[in-house]
Design a protein. Sequence first.
Length: 193
Amino acid sequence: MKQTETASDVERLLEKLGRFPGAWAQPFLIVVSGLPGTGKSYFCRRLARKLVAVILESDHLRRTLFPSPGYSAAESARLFRASHLLIERLLRHGIPVIFDATNLSQYYREKLYRIAERLDIKPVLVRVEAPPELVYQRLKERQGDPETNSDADWAVYQQMKPRVQRIRHRHYVVDTSRDITPVIDKIIREISR
């Protein structure tokens, strides 16, 4: 049942995503990790201006599958099963992917590492952070904003913060309260090699 449900979910997500950039001979996978309000989506949009890739934003994908999300463990598990299958499918077709999600747990990051390994792709990992006072302000300002896909507020940030697991692989750290251009340039150089 789960396989059928997941395949159906992937088809719904593909339908909603629309057009894709052209295929690359060697596509890339950029895995972005960070707490709500740290600037992950901002970072991904800035990166995508210089790299042609599909941005898979977990909040957008969740709203596609669950128009009134409940954020239960079962819902999140279903979302990430579909997301990971979608990522693998896109990469197999040569479509580069930037995965914009909290990706706070080693468990879910390991699944992404295995996808990359199966496809002989070296994933690029990015941890996005910002000072808590700035995060607080951002989360407060985006409440009720129809342009945001996230429902996370300061309470969600505080609830998630103790669950952040250290990234054990080599990764970039970007503080979105500062100029993010140097990190973007380093990532582009790494992908271009």
